[in-house]
Design a protein around this ligand. Structure first.
Ligand code: MN
Length: 281
């Protein structure tokens, strides 16, 4: 059961001196990997499922926030592997963009470009890479941001933009890099609207009009735009993958604080095949 995996994980946290979790553990298998804030953790895992674990302990009053996605039977299927590789490439591209002086939003830009390239290559988006980016079509399968500040709280305080422009990274800043892709098990197709927009514009509109009026205007624009209904092949439905690390900006570049957690397909499959190593009481 998912909650039994949660119990083992939190046992390891406690046995290593962490009194609390940084946030409620997400242990989502199969279709539950596609639910961003899944907290029930009450499903029986099945052969062929992916298991998405987003969990972090608090230690010395500092929060951590790590996500890894595992194949329940120890081996990724071909479609799972294809999606995992795209998310991993996007995550590495996001991390590679982290250094002092870089804009915070460069991380999201790098990650969504790689996700879009991968989705286009798999035939999951109806247009080319540049058009898909300009129209934000990746959002059908990647509906969250690429990270957040991390500190005494898991979504720590701090501005992401100052006077309208993205903040520059400075040594000592800590944040997460966490791209993902999610394919609802019941969704046979996605609707893509042919209209370009900038996130900056949308942000300003929301500030100017308020969330409700901005959403209404957005719906009106969508209704007027041309659209393409594009199929989602059955083999991808029900796949949810997210990979998340914690990054410290240093004087020279960055330090991946969670580098010890297996991440490549080979590393993940290898650790799935190993005998458990639980701390003893
Ligand atoms: Mn996070």
């Amino acid at each position: 059961m998912e909650y039994q995996v949660q119990a083992v994980l939190e046992y390891v946290f406690r046995m290593n001196g962490s009194r609390r979790n940084a946030y409620p553990s997400i242990v989502g298998s199969g279709p539950n990997a596609c639910i961003l804030h899944y907290l029930e953790n009450n499903r029986r895992m099945e052969d062929g499922d992916l298991l998405l674990i987003d969990a972090g302990c608090e230690y010395g009053y500092q929060a951590s926030d790590i996500t890894r996605t595992f194949p329940v039977n120890g081996r990724f299927t071909a479609p799972q592997r294809a999606i995992y590789e795209i998310v991993l490439r996007a995550q590495l591209a996001g991390i590679a963009a982290t250094r002092p002086g870089q804009r915070y939003e460069a991380i999201h830009d790098a990650a969504r470009r790689v996700l879009t390239e991968g989705l286009v290559a798999l035939g999951l988006l109806p247009c080319g890479v540049e058009e898909s980016l300009a129209m934000h079509h990746y959002r059908e399968f990647y509906m969250h941001g690429t990270g957040h500040w991390l500190g005494m709280d898991v979504h720590d305080v701090g501005d992401y933009r100052i006077r309208g422009s993205s903040r520059e990274l400075e040594p000592g800043m800590v944040f997460t890099v966490e791209p993902g892709l999610y394919f609802d098990p019941a969704r046979e197709s996605a609707t893509f609207y042919l209209r370009e927009f900038s996130e900056q514009e949308m942000l300003e509109r929301r500030l100017r009009l308020g969330a409700t009026a901005a959403r209404r205007l957005d719906e009106e624009e969508k209704a007027k735009a041309e659209k393409i209904v594009h199929p989602i092949p059955r083999e991808f439905r029900g796949i949810g993958v997210r990979i998340e690390d914690d990054i410290l900006i240093t004087a020279e570049g960055h330090d991946v604080l969670t580098v010890g957690a297996p991440k490549t397909i080979d590393e993940v499959e290898r650790i799935c095949a190993e005998a458990p190593r639980l701390p003893r009481w």
